[in-house]
Design a protein around this ligand. Sequence first.
Ligand SMILES: *Cc1c(COP(=O)(O)O)cnc(C)c1O
Length: 454
Amino acid sequence: MGRGNGQQHPFRTFQLRNLEATPGFARLSDHQRMAIRVVGSVLPFKTNNYVCEQLIDWDNIPDDPMFQLTFPQEAMLDPEHFSRIADLITADAPQSEIKAVAREIQLSLNPHPAGQVEMNAGYLEGQVVQGVQHKYRETVLFFPTQGQTCHAYCTYCFRWPQFVKLDDLKFASKEIDRLVAYLKLNPAVSDVLFTGGDPMTMRTELIRRYVEPLLADDLGISTIRFGTKAPAYWPYRFTDGTDADDLLRLFEEIVASGRHLAVMAHLSHPVELSTDASRDALRRIIDTGAMVRCQAPLIRHVNDSARTWADMITTEVALGAVPYYLFVERDTGAKRYFEVPLVEAYQIYTDAYRQVSGLARTWRGPSMSATPGKVVVDGIAEIGGEKVIALKFLQARDPDWVNRPFFAAYDDKASWLDELRPAFGEEKFFYADELHNTRPDAPKQLQLTITRAA
Ligand SMILES: *Cc1c(COP(=O)(O)O)cnc(C)c1O
């Protein structure tokens, strides 16, 4: 991308191999440079010229949220892991040795949380459909092969293993035909969500090749979604050159076909919406008839304040976008560095929610995309003398679980569903048995989904 089609803003990425060329590199201490090299050997690191030049305030590092969002920090690794890699780099060890140790550390960081591989696969004739995840009845996630990268990498990314070449674990697909066959067998699916990586890293021609077959009337797809951070990390994707114009034309065609087109914008901080480029991008997307819905996780060091969220969702509404989900950071990668306990997340969410207009309160959270489904922390309450956390499913493997309150014992340290215990001395949460029963055999689970839908 960024070459030879009339674009005014050449796209340049910065990774370990060209770290010295990074705008702002001169502002980094020796210690910070070393930390980037060490942590960047384990967790993927990539930033770009737009992020460095327009979003990061280099007078405010290391605290600047966009610096924290795209540059590795020492404390993202356990001290023991950090020093193992640091020692190898200092001793000028061969790349192969650094890679081997890095891989060992990667595998210890829960690379595939929430049963993504075993439990969410799509099946066709008993075979896994590459690049398809199907967890909730209505919505299929599709990972086009060429969209498995991003314009920059978030340091907290929960899909980080896709970028560090743990090849066997990578979800990808070249095969739109297989997806179409899958959708024919699963008429309950109404939404296809292109995700990655970031599908907006693909050229428009390629996106079009994936999208057009989904518009066949007999498939019953009423909504196309694109999960993307391009409005934040590379808004020129929507404003610059013929490829951007072609993309907007494709968006118009999807809308003209009578379908809902949702650009699920990953927006982490209001500074991402402060530039002319990002505002132009949103304007152009919305002008096609697409809807922009905004979501992001709550991340320590990046956006862990109510003020930040209130500003962001208010700005989103002012720009014509719709606040959607506030996620809880997943239990993977540098989780320890970024985690915010659930009770604190609920407080931040509530403080922000109270500050904004009703139009910004389409925003739901804090929500955990956990193994059984999307679980929202709905409140803190006292019931029968016991302090409890009220929870419910916004999405669930079994649609019958959705929107039914359940309760965990109050715990202000827990930062994920599996750290919570049921309230009232109960042994397990209501869904536990059924979840356990569906675990080992995914094709059966899928049949269950089809039967229910029928
Ligand atoms: C969040 C999510 C979806 C989409 O859920 P909505 O509530 O419809 O936005 C689909 N599949 C998976 C696996 C998800 O995590």
